[in-house]
Write a protein that binds this ligand. Structure first.
Ligand code: NDP
Length: 223
């Protein structure tokens, strides 16, 4: 049976990943930081673990809860958008701290805790965003979020350099513009479609894809 870990699965794309993996018959361990999120995951038949990326002790706790586990796939999904600025509008210190601690420090804390759960043949998918691409940038909307996703792309490249030689394939992905709380109701894709695409992509990843930044349809995105 396929074993999957989804980080940040209380709602949106994370919850949809958990739902689709369960429907496909996988054993799903998934995290949430609220009781409501944990209940939603248990209702799907997932093993629900508490995790708040903003809390170092909570992330350390994830490490010991996962002791001895082996996952075929880990989806690092949790993220926040922050202020929806236009142009060069400074973020507050609080917004900067929340967005960078969640989107960048969070993965940098989680990866060491889950490293031992990944063996040769396993896959790591980090939910980045096209908005983090520096090479394909044509707008400045939400520049704090953009900077955080550019930074997590760097984190993913380091994970790929570390884990790739052990046969673990690590990719950053853009899920499309998706109808979630973050993407809003006018987004172009329903979460079911985006996650179906991303699961198909995950299934066909090979070690040659290690360290790549991919769109949900599998096409490459410039860093
Ligand atoms: P949502 O805002 O709908 O959901 C975000 C998820 O992240 C929630 O489960 C939330 O948990 C969790 N989360 C946020 N902060 C923390 C934290 N400190 N600790 C643990 N979990 C946390 O976003 P989406 O589902 O739309 O996005 C999922 C990922 O995809 C994100 O990384 C996002 O940046 C990326 N993405 C989304 C796009 C879109 O169009 N929707 C486009 C490009 C990328 P809680 O319920 O507790 O807040």
């Amino acid at each position: 049976m396929m074993q999957v870990l989804v980080i940040g699965a209380s709602r949106g794309l994370g919850l949809e990943f958990a739902r689709q993996f369960r429907t496909a018959g996988a054993r799903v361990v998934a995290t949430a930081r609220s009781e409501a999120g944990l209940s939603a995951l248990r209702a799907l038949g997932c093993e629900a673990l508490p995790l708040d990326l903003l809390d170092a002790a909570s992330v350390a706790g994830l490490g010991w809860r996962l002791d001895g586990e082996r996952f075929d796939a880990v989806v690092l999904n949790a993220g926040v958008y922050g202020p929806r600025t236009q142009g060069l509008e400074s973020p507050t210190q609080d917004d900067f701290d929340t967005v960078m601690r969640t989107n960048v420090l969070g993965p940098m804390r989680v990866l060491p805790q889950i490293e031992a759960t990944l063996a040769a043949g396993a896959k790591l998918m980090v939910l980045s965003s096209m908005m983090g691409s520096i090479g394909q940038r044509s707008s400045t909307t939400g520049w704090l979020y953009r900077a955080s996703k550019a930074a997590v792309n760097s984190v993913l490249r380091d994970a790929a350099l570390t884990l790739g030689p052990r046969g673990i394939t690590c990719v950053a992905v853009h899920p499309g513009w998706v109808q979630t709380d973050m993407g809003g109701p006018n987004a172009s894709l329903p979460p079911e479609r985006s996650v179906a695409d991303l699961r198909r992509l995950l299934a066909r990843l090979t070690p040659d894809d290690n360290g790549h930044f991919l769109n949900h349809d599998g096409s490459p995105i410039a860093w």
